[in-house]
Design a binder for this molecule. Structure first.
Ligand SMILES: CC(C)(COP(=O)(O)OP(=O)(O)OC[C@H]1O[C@@H](n2cnc3c(N)ncnc32)[C@H](O)[C@@H]1OP(=O)(O)O)[C@@H](O)C(=O)NCCC(=O)NCCS
Length: 219
């Protein structure tokens, strides 16, 4: 994994503005924070893939769906920049060959005795099945453990979401059990299977992950 555009910082705090524009690179994917100029590309993907995405997205019953207008998008970019500055969440667009294809984010970063975060992700339906999300997860694990010094990254998945569970399985994340009524997804309280990777797992598997997911395309 190569980190481009920012100096490595040990604890995920006091990130400089230069770090906020940091790009993280995998074999095929580039991850970077979304900016206002990404709106058209984001909207094009979001419009095409809306039906495929909304059934898996957090939303309170009766609450509106995600606002897709330009000002809401720009406001979200600003909020995320603020989260980056505070070290409470890190959100990235996933780009392949310069094109926007999805999003991945580390949220609810807890420090103190927890040192943990949640990982969420999605990819455009037109780009599903090409391993872009597991590759992006490995890049984000490197960022979470090597740069933010977190101890644990967790993923929570609705049991019937087979594609997402396959991502967790392919990455060898440890299944830790079922959390009942864990999140309100598209207006319904849904059970979630919880998966996690710890920094000890990362240290053990890092080489294999990088070989399997980040090695040269010809390897
Ligand atoms: C779950 C998701 C992120 C997987 O991303 P991805 O980059 O396609 O991941 P992979 O390429 O490793 O594919 C994972 C599995 O998806 C399934 N899959 C493959 N192509 C698919 C397609 N066109 N449509 C749906 N599922 C497909 C396969 O079961 C695949 O497993 P396999 O490689 O063993 O065959 C993506 O399907 C998605 O964004 N879904 C909608 C939103 C969502 O569920 N987010 C996660 C919430 S926890």
């Amino acid at each position: 994994m190569r980190h481009v555009g920012g100096a490595a910082t040990p604890a995920g705090v006091d990130l400089t503005p230069r770090d906020l524009g940091q790009e993280l690179r995998g074999r095929r994917v580039t991850l970077r924070p979304l900016r206002a100029g990404d709106y058209r590309a984001w909207l094009e993907v979001r419009t095409r893939a809306r039906e495929w995405l909304v059934h898996w997205e957090p939303r309170r019953a009766g609450a509106p769906y995600l606002s897709e207008d330009r000002s809401s998008f720009v406001a979200r970019c600003s909020m995320r920049e603020r989260d980056h500055q505070l070290g409470t969440a890190f959100s990235f667009g996933i780009f392949v060959g310069g094109s926007f294809v999805g999003e991945i984010n580390l949220s609810s970063i807890q420090r103190g005795a927890s040192q943990s975060a949640y990982l969420g992700y999605w990819v455009d339906e037109a780009h599903a099945g090409r391993g872009y999300v597991p590759e992006s997860c490995v890049v984000v694990f490197g960022f979470a453990f090597s740069e933010l010094s977190l101890h644990r990254v967790q993923v929570a998945i609705i049991p019937r979401n087979r594609p997402s569970r396959r991502v967790a399985e392919k990455l060898g994340l440890v299944e830790e059990g079922l959390a009942r009524g864990y999140l309100e997804i598209d207006g319904v309280w849904e059970d979630h299977v919880r998966y996690a990777i710890t920094s000890e797992d990362w240290a053990e598997r890092r080489e294999a992950y990088e070989k399997d997911w980040l090695g040269s395309a010809d390897a």
